[in-house]
Every structure is written in structure tokens, then in C-alpha cells.
Design a protein around this ligand. Sequence first.
Ligand code: PLP
Length: 399
Amino acid sequence: MALINENLLKISRKYIFPIIEERRDKLKATLSKDEFVDLGVGDVSYPITKTIVEGLKDVADEIGTNVIGYGPYQGYAFLRNAIIESDYKELPISSDEIFVSEGINSDICGIQELFSIEAKVGIVDPAYPVYYDLNVMAGREHIVRLPLTADNGFMPEVPSEPLDIVYITNPSNPTGVAMTRESLEMWVKWAQKNKCIIFYDAAYAGFIEGDGLPRSIYEIKGADEVVVEFKSFSKSSGFTGVRLGYCVIPHKIAIFDKSGKEHKLNPLWMTRQSTKTNGASYPIQKAGLAALSKEGQEENKAVLKDYMKGTRMIVDALTSMGFTTYGGVDCPYIWWKVPSGDSWEWFEKLIEECHIISVPGEAFGVCGEGYVRLSGFVTEDEAQRAVRNLSRLEAYCAH
Ligand code: PLP
């Protein structure tokens, strides 16, 4: 008899995004396109840009005439070098510390396999729900929540107990807040002192604009000893359906066996990758190269600017009605403090009264209760529609 991994039965709730998608599809079926707005899961609204499309057309011709075959497990050097050039030029990171993949999700779920099941884990709360669920599925029991609240500026405070692994997202999904340099420095120092490894999810780093805010964790001294950075082309280049990402595992990072002997993480990840994956496809790595070209970067910057403009319009609409919002400055997510009741109630109210799909804050963790997340990954038309429909909430506003 084949027995189940009992840890799967500990996932008590349905994964939130399918629930939201179901509600969105129902709205879509009953309303015309210009009546409803999807501010839910945070998928992109603009297609990939012209330079990337041209890159894909070129590679289609190339693979039609040349045999490509299996690629290097770590990703092609052309892409890893381009990543260094665009994101890590002045930083202590080299191309053999970059591992290309099909996106953050598979990397962040896979890397925990290199760590003991007894590892004590810290996870920011609210957070991308995957971090918690993947650790429960793996069988970890010691999981500590690191609250993100209005009182701490939505920046996690270092815990009083030592932890082995900590998950941080910067800028945060769902709060949309970017951490300050001081806060990141405090975390790196703490991780060095506690021999803790930080999994630093930088899926939205491309949106950071604020003065002095780090674009990569490796801007912080010592981070290359304790932090794995996860990056994605999903939101920065519109690749959610194209699939490309990478993680950075600096040579200095080590983990330990029970005798205290150290083992470098970079070659351990190489062993895992060369066993469990044959990597991201050649055509998509070429598309990534096109995205990192000068023209590709300029086009993508313009798209990200449009998302932030739409985000701003929604923030302004809510604040002008007297509501309180956070985030929405260095990341296109708006963390809206609901004026009364709970987050699921407002999720329903937004559907019924405004024909808007959102995500209830509670879906991101217990500290998310009292908030609703609105995604600013919208076109200008969608942002205008959102503003129009949100005005129906005038009756609930604070003034
Ligand atoms: N990490 C965070 C914080 C996200 O919000 C998302 C997607 O929304 C992901 C990772 C997934 O990234 P990818 O598309 O590269 O798998």
C-alpha cells in the first residue's frame, strides 16, 4: 500500500490563489469587461516587450537550424554574465554564483531540501503563502512568525530566539513596503551572529526607486556570507507565463553537519540541481538575454513605471476618501487597512459593490487580518476603472 506524506494533510486551507481565480472567473462570466477590475493575484497586465519578442523570433530560427541539446545545469554563461552586468556589477557576486531556473517558486521550494528537517524557521507574517506551506509539507514543525505591522513600519524585527532559516521578501508581497538599509543591515548582522541563512525573495526588486534603498541584499556588507537572493523575470519583464528566474548562492555561504563541519551551499545546490532538473530552456534564456539588453531594459522600465502610475492612482483614490493605505511606492502592491470588520468581509464587499477582485490580508498570515491587498499590476484603463468603482465606497469612508 502506498502511504501518503502525512505532512500534506497538515495544509488546512485551500491554496488561496485558486479561490480568488474562481471568484474572478465568476465575475467575468456575469459582467462585461469594462464593469469589473482584477486587482487580485498580481499577475502582469502588459505583454512582453518588442525587444523580447524579437529575441524569441530570432531564437526560433536558430533552433530550427541548429541542434541545441541539453544546456548547462547552472544556466548559460551568456545569461549569467548579463545578469552580473545588469544587477551585480559593483557587488561582490560572480557569474558562477548565479543559478538560472524557471522562476523563484521552484528554487525557494527546492532549496529547503538542503537543510535539516529540524531546522528552526522564521517567516515574515504576512507573507507569500508558499514559504509557510512548503515548510509544513517538508515536515518542519518549529516555525516562528515574524510580524509585519504598522507599528514596526512593516519591517520584521529580529527575534529573541536563534533561528536557522529566515524568509524575508523585499519589497514585501503583500504589504508593498520596501525595507530600509538599516533594517537589512540589522538582519545580516543577526544572521552572521546566529549562523542563520536568510532566504531573501527579491521578486519585486525591479520596482525599488526610493533614495538609498538597496536594490540587492549584497549591497549590505556580510550578506554574501549568509543570504541567498532569489530573483525573477516574472514581474520585472512580464515573464509570469514565460518562466525565468535565478538564485544567487555566494561561495562564502556554509551550512553545518552535526559534528560542526562546514559544507559550502553553492556546490550542494549544484548537486541538487544536476540531479533534479535539466534547467530553464535555451529559448527562454535567450528571451531573458533580450530582456537584459539596453533596449529591453528601457522598455521594461517604462512598463514598470506604468504599473507604478496605476498603483498611485488607486492609492490616491483611497486616501482621498479618507482610507489608510501602506506600500504602493517601491512595489505595485497596496496594503489597505480596512475601516471595520475583517479582511474576508471586505474581499466580499469589494466584489459585490465595486466589482473588484482583491486578496484578503488574512490569506497571507494572521498579521494580515484587518487588511486587503490590492494589486497595481494594471493598465491605465484598468486603474481608471478601479478608481471609478472604488468611489462607490464613499459611504464607508472615514470623513
Ligand atoms: N515570490 C514572491 C514574493 C511572489 O509574489 C511571487 C509571485 O507572485 C513569486 C515569488 C513567484 O515568482 P516566480 O514567478 O519567479 O516563480
